[in-house]
Write a protein that binds this ligand. Structure first.
Ligand code: SIN
Length: 531
């Protein structure tokens, strides 16, 4: 069975438009790229919901950056490598930590208001960081502050057009390269956008799991589109599970930021005992995969809690967003135990790119969580993701500008219309189908894996394929994309006979002697040591 079915192909002639650069996704990577692209041509940025709704806007803890000079940069590099568990692309990590300060200073010039004390930027610490280097804004609303300030900047640039409530359907290909994309607008209309270069900055795919900290938009659309077009996809078995999402029946898996542990929170089990000393010398600030597995083990005997009752700091002031959320459940950080459990949080894998965002398809670029430069290896260091979007969004934009000057303009590139809309309404069956997929993924392809569970998942995916939602409405498109993402994650996890970083196999608990990346392309899985 092929992993990805093409979108339904209907022979009508959709409306079409031309731009120089098409950016799909309006998080930190997409907006950073758009700002640089605007100096070289017209830019269209499309996003599936409102502009403010991206994974970026949900980032709480902060943005890791080494602002203290060379030694600080070197330490940030070492921490990034250590967290990535032998699989980090060193060139990408170098670029991340070295370019980071420059890009963050640019953000400051654009008005991003990081928290300060006596005029100095405040820095906090999170898991697996050897020092405090995490900037935050409005306490625990760092992503939102960055998104708002980038949007303010973008809106003032005449060359950039923003299009909300628009879903990517498929990439357009002509003359051996990607030449734009087919989009579904908010009214169900189909539009072909022809572009000299196309950037997928469409974020992650946390919605593939029933428990996730990600918003509803995170359905892996860009990765699935790239896969259908034939691009190589890498390291998809490495899904980071955040250890501490809120855990109460009927409540969303709201993120209880790692910064809580950075500010001294303990993890305690149902007996009220701290337990991390049995799992890692860094205790509550151990790497995320270790903490997530430890919580899963302790949860076998009852709920696990974050305990901040001993912390004297005013936690309401430091974490206003989390405090506001907890108040709805009559909980307070300084007073109560907060029930937590792991949830899918961040995809280390994605569309394979070089450090300039070039995918394996000419004309197609990717950046941010949708991309896999290998910068995070098998496990991302906390708060490196906003920095990744900022740094590699800008790098991808520079490559798009320089490469596209060598390509024929889109006017000379014939692009056949590929799809058109088919009215199909949202229905309960689609929602049930998606829920079935997500629950199965959590159970069989989640935090703890083995061959039997992964094979069960593959059978579930084969049977879900028989009833795959059809039509060109947003939910059906998302359902098919989630199926593609789930299939790639499961096949890659089954093929990796070791445990490394965020990928843990009960039946292969050790590392392989050689660290290798998985690559999935056109239904074939291979492993190679360099990407
Ligand atoms: C958090 O605030 O714990 C999330 C930060 C991150 O995922 O990098």
């Amino acid at each position: 069975m092929p992993i990805a079915e093409a979108s339904p192909d209907h022979a009508t002639d959709p409306a079409s438009q031309q731009v120089d650069f098409l950016v799909i996704g309006a998080g930190i990577a997409g907006l950073s790229a758009a700002i640089r692209l605007a100096g070289a041509g017209s830019v269209l940025v499309v996003t599936k919901e409102e502009l403010a709704e991206s994974n970026t806007a949900y980032a709480q803890g902060g943005i890791a950056v080494a602002l203290g000079g060379e030694e600080d940069v070197a330490l940030h590099y070492e921490d990034t490598l250590a967290a990535g568990d032998g699989l980090v692309n060193r060139e990408a990590a170098h670029i991340l930590v070295e370019q980071g300060p420059k890009r963050v200073e640019e953000l400051l010039r654009w008005g991003t208001a990081f928290d300060r004390e006596h005029g100095e930027l405040m820095l906090t610490r999170e898991g697996a960081h050897s020092r405090s280097r995490i900037l935050h804004a409005n306490g625990d609303a760092t992503g939102r502050e960055i998104a708002v300030s980038l949007l303010r900047h973008v809106r003032a640039i005449p060359n950039i057009r923003l299009m909300e409530w628009t879903t990517g359907v498929d990439l357009l290909q002509a003359s051996g390269r990607v030449a734009g994309a087919t989009l579904l607008d908010g009214e169900g209309g189909i539009l072909n956008i022809h572009a000299r270069a196309t950037l997928l900055a469409s974020g992650g795919a946390g919605q593939v799991y029933s428990d996730t900290t990600n918003p509803a938009v995170a359905t892996g659309d860009g990765i699935a589109m790239a896969y259908r077009a034939g691009a190589a996809i890498s390291d998809m078995e490495f899904y980071q599970f955040h250890p501490t999402a809120f855990s109460q029946s009927g409540a969303p898996r709201f993120l209880m930021s790692e910064a809580l542990r950075g500010e001294g929170a303990y993890l305690v089990n149902a007996k009220g005992e701290r337990f991390m000393q049995r799992y890692h010398p860094l205790l509550e600030l151990a790497p995320r995969d270790v903490v997530a597995r430890a919580i899963t083990m302790e949860s076998l005997d009852g709920p696990v809690y974050l305990d901040m009752r001993h912390v004297t700091k005013d936690l309401h002031a430091r974490f206003p967003g989390i405090s506001h959320f907890l108040a709805k459940y009559r909980l307070e950080l300084n007073r109560d135990l907060i029930p937590v459990r792991p949830a899918a949080h961040y995809l280390m894998g994605g569309i394979l790119t070089d450090v300039h965002g070039r995918t394996t398809l000419p004309g197609l670029y990717a950046a941010g969580e949708a991309a896999c430069t290998g910068v995070h290896g098998a496990n991302r260091l906390a708060s490196n993701s906003l920095l990744e979007g900022l740094v590699f969004g800008a790098f991808a934009a520079d490559a798009m500008v320089s490469d596209s000057s060598r390509l024929p303009s889109v006017e000379q590139t014939p692009v056949p219309p590929q799809v058109s809309g088919e009215g199909s309404t949202l229905d309960a069956n689609t929602e049930r189908w998606i829920e079935d997929l997500r629950t199965n993924m959590w159970k069989h392809s989640g935090l703890l894996r083995d061959a039997s569970g992964l094979e069960t998942m593959q059978r579930a995916l084969a049977s879900l394929a028989d009833t795959m939602p059809r039509g060109l409405n947003r939910r059906a498109i998302e359902a098919r994309n989630l199926h593609t993402i789930a299939s790639i994650i499961t096949a890659s996890a089954l093929g990796r006979h070791e445990s490394r970083g965020a990928h843990f196999r009960n039946d292969y608990p050790q590392h392989d002697s050689e660290a290798r990346h998985s690559i999935m392309q056109r239904d074939e899985l291979r492993f190679q040591s360099r990407i």
